[in-house]
Design a protein around this ligand. Structure first.
Ligand SMILES: [Fe+2]
Length: 476
């Protein structure tokens, strides 16, 4: 999330937000069901955090594997520090466990590249710290009042902390991908779609024109930037049924796409020339001659393997996605188009929580939660399809959109400005849908991610769109 996975630690907005926003920020009682949901989300996050950190020795945890990323042990204790701030102090009303650590783990204070210089807790101390904070947080969860505070309503602050930890788990997974050395992580193979079913899929699906409801005012754990729900008129458009695949992307490469300024925005072309872009990050051409031929391999969590043609492309920056779309005679979808494709049900006019409906994501719906350490082949997860017929909108790869990150009409920062507000209107590109590295708790039809246009280490791909010609949108 740009820097927001690491951007907490600043002053909370202690006053309750305005009445309407308080309603929309976190509706609902903090009842037994919400408490259980919060506990399960916190425990699942911690299980993943430990899996990502227990697999490396002290050197592997304290080393900086890329200047783009923090040492893993910084992420680990930062997770505990945020939980200390938000659950022990803000929700629990106590003094916190180790407030003196706040400056060390304040992401705004020290950029990632400089974090190795911080007086970080060594791995054993960091593990003990996060465990002790968690024990206290679970006590707060038990005794927190059932209502009265916007922070506690619906268990919002616990959901926020669980999402924060899962976002860092995805960041740490990206660090693992950048790390050199033998493989230490394992995952299951994603489901292989039925070839006949995939062959029968249309290349693109039509999303009818008209108003739909974007964002949410009711999802108790939705974050401030997803709020409030508001109507948006989206003209009819066509969207790729599945994300752009490695095979399709290779055609762009083979056609000289990286060497032809016609396909690139001026900024993208300048950037691509300056840093020498010629393929997705982690790809390498084996054999062939300069500029063509040979076969592509990729490095993935310590393994080198042929690039699988049928999987969604991943590790491309926004400029590459934008150039591919222009080469293909298409464009990136806007954020509103993406959300309408993912949520709008023409049969009822309602906006769904997820493409398949209201149910929480299950393994049959989407490739989420680091079960697999790769995207599933394009066309997988028919049970997760949206009403428009598009597949894999959630999970597999984050999808770059054409839009920049802005606040929705009526946006109110909650519970602190640095979560989203300070990033609004600053040129960040919006990504949607989550990746195989994203947990279900941090992935829903309204969830918004944002990052710099040049970012490639995140698990980002894309799909393309085109505006429907007159009359097409009326067919549905
Ligand atoms: Fe963070």
């Amino acid at each position: 999330m740009a820097e927001h996975t690491s951007a907490q630690g600043s002053a909370p907005l202690t006053a309750a937000p305005p009445a309407e926003s308080a309603q929309s920020a976190a509706p609902g009682e903090f009842d037994a069901g919400a408490r259980e949901r919060a506990r399960a989300a916190l425990e699942r996050a911690r299980e993943r955090t430990l899996a990502l950190t227990d697999c490396l020795d002290e050197d592997g945890l304290t080393a900086q594997h890329s200047p783009l990323m923090s040492p893993l042990v910084w992420d680990l204790a930062h997770i505990g520090n945020q939980e200390d701030i938000w659950l022990l102090r803000e929700a629990g009303g106590g003094p916190g466990l180790r407030p003196a650590l706040d400056p060390v783990y304040d992401a705004f204070r020290t950029p990632r590249a400089d974090r190795p210089t911080l007086p970080m807790l060594p791995p054993d101390e960091a593990r003990a710290f996060v465990a002790e904070v968690r024990a206290g947080a679970l006590e707060v969860l038990e005794r927190a009042p059932a209502g009265g505070s916007p922070l506690l309503a619906g268990g919002f602050v616990f959901g926020m902390v669980a999402q924060h930890e899962q976002q860092h788990d995805e960041t740490m997974l990206a660090t693992h991908q950048l790390r050199r050395g033998p493989a230490v992580l394992t995952g299951e193979e994603p489901p292989r779609p039925d070839p006949a079913d995939v062959a029968a899929l249309p290349r693109e699906v039509l999303v009818p024109g008209g108003v739909f409801t974007m964002g949410t005012s009711t999802d108790p754990w939705a974050l401030d930037n997803e709020r409030p729900a508001h109507p948006v008129d989206v003209p009819a458009f066509w969207l790729d049924t599945v994300p752009v695949t490695n095979g399709a992307y290779q055609e762009f490469i083979d056609d000289g796409g990286y060497r032809d300024p016609r396909w690139w925005s001026p900024e993208g072309w300048e950037y691509a020339r300056r840093v020498g872009l010629e393929a997705p990050l982690f790809w390498k051409r084996e054999g062939g001659i300069h500029g063509g031929g040979g076969t592509w391999t990729r490095r993935r969590f310590g393994h080198t393997e042929p690039v699988p043609a049928g999987e969604p492309v991943v590790h491309v920056c926004w400029y590459e996605a934008d150039a591919y779309a222009r080469w293909a005679g298409r464009r990136l979808p806007t954020e509103a188009e993406w959300e309408k494709a993912a949520r709008h049900d023409p049969a009822t006019g309602a906006s769904l929580r997820h493409p398949w409906g209201e149910r929480d994501p299950e393994p049959r719906h989407a490739n989420l939660g680091q079960r697999s350490l790769r995207p599933a082949p394009a066309g997988a997860y028919p049970e997760g399809a949206a009403p428009c017929g598009a597949r894999q909108l959630l999970g597999d790869v984050w999808e770059w959109t054409a839009s920049e990150f802005t606040g929705y009409p009526g946006f109110t920062a909650f519970p602190y400005r640095e979560y989203s507000e300070v990033f609004l209107g600053d040129g960040y590109k919006v990504l949607r849908g989550g990746s195989f590295g994203t947990d279900a708790v941090a992935c829903r039809g309204t969830f918004r991610n944002w990052d710099h246009a040049v970012r490639r280490q995140i698990f980002a791909g894309f799909r393309t769109a085109r505006t429907a010609t007159e009359g097409e949108g009326d067919l549905c």
